[in-house]
Write a protein that binds this ligand. Structure first.
Ligand code: MG
Length: 424
């Protein structure tokens, strides 16, 4: 049997493909947008891990989105850091507002390209569910703590949240999302973890990291929308915090171009009291330009490649893209933010304290697992009873517990356990 046929056979045996029930004839079925032939069609979904009757009024991807919005991990995103720690100010982005902005940008682009907006929205809202408290600093610290126990990757953790950790349904763990949403959530994955996923679910979402193939266009789009969103809002938050200035931003071509354009059109914004309007208008124009650029460059790539369906998309190189010119400008903006904002001494100082909190919590729970809530203690016992090494099982459950914490809960819990106030 050819490899591709084998994969098809495995997928059919692992995933349930829905057929729509008509036991509620009075309810209108969902309206389908006009989808391009290479978009993901919910009626052709590779299905859910556990068979479920389709919803009468919502497509499979609308249902995924609704499950994500109602889950516990999603609500916690409001108190998780993007760049600035949650207690540093009420107006900075959090993981929740970031995810909403990614969904907005993703949907705008998806509609123009006739991709599936509902799927884009579901992936965008779920893409950061596995993030630890304190942003990348927290994730790096937790990954260090987990070095001997298989490591910690936030994309994989997002998948773990929707596949295993949410406890909301009587019949299964997790949210039982469709293959396509899960494929989009697992944006990156190390080879080691992909092999493990493939062992657990042959032909599943880990396989593309072993075959080096692409995910759906909706998943590719969420990656780029993520990047566009954080580049723009980190400029806004960076200026708001006073760590970067409009003067410094004049050296960043992608921003400077639109600031000059805005000032030429509205010279009254030269007045220093109008700095905020100047900033917002420049960012707005910069965002629009990037969105139009992705639509144009991707539209051209799709016309050239002409994939007949999503299976063909998965075998091609990535198709969602910036033009070469915009890619260069976006890279220059990223490098500016890295040097001037993410590595700013004030950001580095707070992230250092945040890492200390994560390391401190990990140490305590690893050696005193009874300090965790009862449901986590029970999970350690269950894993151990199923044959897992006790220390390994404890470490993974501790990582799940810490990753699920909000910034302020982690800081408070650390203070309670150690008596040290690091992030007051
Ligand atoms: Mg993100």
């Amino acid at each position: 049997m050819q490899a591709s046929c084998l994969r098809g056979a495995i997928l059919k045996s692992c995933f349930h493909t829905p057929t729509y029930a008509s036991d509620r004839p009075h309810l209108m079925p969902y309206t389908k947008f006009t989808l391009a032939r290479y978009a993901c069609d919910p009626d052709q979904s590779l299905g859910r891990r556990f068979a479920q009757t389709p919803a009468p009024t919502r497509s499979a991807y609308q249902r995924d989105r609704d499950r994500i919005v109602h889950c516990t991990a999603f609500r916690r995103l409001v108190y998780k850091t993007q760049v600035f720690l949650n207690h540093e100010g009420d107006l900075f982005r959090t993981r929740l507002t970031h995810s909403l902005e990614v969904a907005q940008l993703g949907r705008s682009i998806a509609r123009s390209l006739q991709l599936n907006e509902d799927l884009v929205e579901a992936i965008a809202l779920a893409h950061d569910l596995g993030h630890t408290p304190f942003g990348h600093a927290g994730q790096d610290a937790l990954n260090d703590c987990m070095a001997e126990f298989g490591g910690f990757e936030h994309n994989l953790q997002s998948l773990r949240v929707v596949d295993h950790l949410e406890e909301r349904y009587p019949e299964f763990d997790g949210l039982n999302l469709t293959f396509e949403t899960r494929e989009g959530i697992l944006k990156h994955c190390s080879r080691r973890h992909a092999e493990q996923l493939e062992l657990d679910q042959p032909g599943g979402v880990g396989q593309r990291f072993l075959n080096r193939t692409q995910p759906s266009l909706e998943a590719q789009l969420c990656n780029l929308a993520d990047e566009i969103a954080y580049n723009a809002h980190d400029i806004d938050d960076g200026v708001r915090s006073g760590l970067i200035t409009l003067t410094q931003l004049q050296d960043v071509p992608l921003f400077a171009e639109f600031m000059a354009q805005t000032l030429a059109e509205f010279p009254q914004l030269q007045d220093h009291t109008q700095g905020r309007r100047l900033l917002y208008e420049s960012i707005r124009r910069m965002l629009s330009e990037q969105v139009y650029d992705v639509i144009a460059a991707t539209g051209a790539a799709l016309r050239d490649a002409a994939p007949p369906n999503v299976q063909a998309v998965r075998q091609l190189p990535g198709l969602i893209q910036f033009s070469v010119r915009m890619r260069g400008k976006s890279a220059a903006l990223k490098s500016f933010l890295l040097q001037k904002l993410y590595r700013h001494p004030q950001v580095v100082q707070t992230t250092g304290q945040a890492q200390q909190v994560v390391r401190g919590l990990f140490e305590v729970y690893l050696h005193q697992s009874e300090q965790m809530p009862e449901s986590f203690v029970r999970r350690v016992a269950l894993a151990h009873a199923a044959g897992a090494d006790l220390e390994n099982a404890t470490a993974r459950v501790v990582a799940d517990y810490i990753a699920g914490m909000t910034d302020r809960f982690a800081a408070r819990e650390h203070e309670r356990m150690t008596g040290l106030t690091l992030l007051g």
